[in-house]
Design a protein around this ligand. Structure first.
Ligand SMILES: Cc1cc2nc3c(=O)[nH]c(=O)nc-3n(C[C@H](O)[C@H](O)[C@H](O)COP(=O)(O)OP(=O)(O)OC[C@H]3O[C@@H](n4cnc5c(N)ncnc54)[C@H](O)[C@@H]3O)c2cc1C
Length: 502
């Protein structure tokens, strides 16, 4: 007899995977009013520390929904990074000059990041459905039917959209028949979380040593513990011990420290892979399901969280009928490019850091030392690591010249609404960011724009006083500048806007 299949109510979005990407995406969708189910095949959340680096841009994004402070309360802010060869300091960079409200790198266990996101989701009335695994799915005109196996048996779950946040071995990606193109590195990495309070001159910082047979990096964790991550030397056991890690630290660093109380040890291979598209009609991918790469720079989880941040408002606006399907396509166009850049940069960094030939290493060390003496260059690398330089300039969702900052984030912009654009229009009589009401722009060069927006987009575009000089600025719901234009260009701007909004 065929197995009985429970058929669920239709929901707006099914999120597959409750890692950081899926949890944050679910939060972003729920706070904008969508009905979401989130499933995870694991019976319990993982307690492993895994991604411990949370960058400034991610904290800015989390702060939009008051999630940064609870996360910071569980972590340790790190103020800088040192690169050494033995006792020689090759480069030192500080995060406290970052142009952000969060001028540091937050060291916090991924288990804590997931706990903070889970608690917020619970407070919004959504529980992660655990021990529930996506088996397969099918798309039809108006939605997705997914067959999942959970504690109560097999269920047919119906949703208007499905997002695969189900990690590197994504069942959603397999179901989309997408190849995970790329390569795996020869080298293995080894990591250990141990009891070790690093005595640094002033503030906690990341310390990395470039040694002849590989790298060794030490990341301070909260509570007097340290994460050690190193390239595995030839001949290292498949199952390394604390003594093996102690030997690595003794040989590759100039620290004289004793490691103890190892809470996690892992040896793993690294990969560099990405899918060709993040969307097939009503099924989308985000996070490790779409891209994986070397952990150098700690970009993986941060990139996944920012995929979710980019996707959520677009999905909400398209699902609610406020925006055209074309807006959702910009998710792949924007985030695939950023993902490819992260893959490229981490690949180059991994290869340079892993150089073994003595001449190549000597040249590298000299170059690092020389380049780091240029303050502007050092600051640029630090901003890039913090993902503050991410820009959608040149992408489809931009109108106007990149020289006016189009595509970049607006750190001190007006309060941006969850699923509305903000249009800042020069208006000398009103304080910056004051909301403009009918009558405020009844005459003058901006009047036709005001009428065009007010008549057609009053639900999706908020008008406020502001702009830069004689230029108006359109800010996206995720805080990036989409357009910068003069009153002469207002008509073309309205035509461009009609490509995205209904
Ligand atoms: C040792 C290590 C150190 C790292 N350090 C950093 C760092 O410092 N900074 C950083 O940014 N990144 C780091 N990363 C990478 C980071 O851990 C990942 O990028 C991050 O976990 C990706 O999150 P995700 O939510 O996309 O996927 P995942 O965390 O992999 O979550 C996927 C979820 O989907 C679930 N799932 C899978 N298949 C199914 C299915 N069929 N049905 C239902 N559920 C399913 C899984 O149980 C899992 O909970 C590190 C990774 C490792 C391994």
């Amino acid at each position: 007899m065929p197995e009985r299949l429970a058929v669920s109510e239709h929901v707006d979005v099914l999120v597959v995977g409750a890692g950081p990407t899926g949890l944050f995406l679910a939060n972003e969708l729920v706070r904008r009013g969508l009905q979401v189910r989130i499933i995870d095949c694991a019976a319990e959340p993982s307690r492993l520390s895994r991604a411990i680096v949370v960058h400034a841009r991610t904290l800015e994004v989390l702060a939009e929904s008051d999630l940064a402070d609870p996360l910071i309360a569980r972590g340790l802010p790190l103020a800088g990074l040192c690169l050494r060869a033995g006792s020689e300091l090759l480069m030192e960079t500080r995060f406290d000059k970052l142009p952000s409200a969060f001028p540091f790198v937050l060291s916090v266990s991924q288990a804590d990041t997931e706990a903070v996101l889970t608690e917020r989701l619970q407070s919004a009335g959504v529980e992660v459905e655990r021990a529930t695994q996506l088996d397969h799915f099918r798309q039809h005109g108006t939605g997705v039917s997914a067959v999942v196996d959970g504690p109560a048996g097999r269920e047919l779950l119906r949703a208007a959209w499905m997002v695969g946040c189900d990690g590197a071995h994504s069942a959603v990606r397999h179901g989309m028949n997408l190849a995970f193109e790329g390569q795996s590195y020869e080298e293995h990495l080894v990591l250990a979380d141990v009891a070790l309070e690093l005595q640094s001159a002033d503030v906690p910082r990341i310390q990395t040593w470039l040694a002849p047979d590989g790298i060794c990096a030490l990341f301070p964790l909260i509570g007097g513990r340290t994460r050690i991550i190193a390239t595995a030397p030839a001949g290292l056991s498949e199952d390394p011990t604390l003594d093996d890690i102690q030997t690595l630290v003794d040989q590759r660093t100039n620290l004289r420290v004793t490691l103890s109380q190892m809470s996690w040890l892992s040896r793993f291979r690294i990969h560099c892979r990405q899918v060709s598209t993040y969307q097939d009609d009503r099924v989308l991918l985000a996070g490790d399901a779409a891209h994986i790469h070397s952990p150098v720079g700690g970009q993986g989880m941060n990139t996944g969280l920012q995929d979710a941040h980019n996707l959520a408002w677009k999905l909400v606006m398209v699902h609610g009928g406020a925006a055209r399907l074309a807006l959702l396509s910009t998710y792949t166009e924007e985030r695939h490019r950023i993902g490819a850049e992260v893959l490229h940069d981490t690949d180059v960094a991994t290869r340079i850091l892993g150089l073994k030939h003595p001449v190549a290493r000597a040249l590298r060390d000299q170059a690092v030392s020389l380049l780091s003496s240029f303050t502007l260059l050092r600051e640029r690398v630090t901003r890039q690591l913090a993902e503050l330089d991410v820009s959608y300039d040149g992408g489809p969702l931009t109108f106007g010249d990149g020289s006016y900052g189009v595509g970049a984030r607006i750190p001190d912009g007006p309060p941006h609404a969850a699923a509305q654009f903000t249009l800042l229009v020069p208006h000398p009589e009103h304080a910056p960011h004051t909301e403009l009401l009918p009558g405020h722009l009844a005459s003058g060069p901006w009047a036709p724009l005001f009428v065009g927006i007010y008549e057609r987009y009053s639900d999706t575009v908020v008008l406020r006083a502001g702009g830069v000089g004689d230029r108006a600025s359109l800010i996206r719901p995720d805080g990036y500048l989409a357009a910068s234009f003069t009153s002469d260009e207002a008509q073309s701007f309205l035509i461009w806007l009609a490509r995205w909004l209904r």
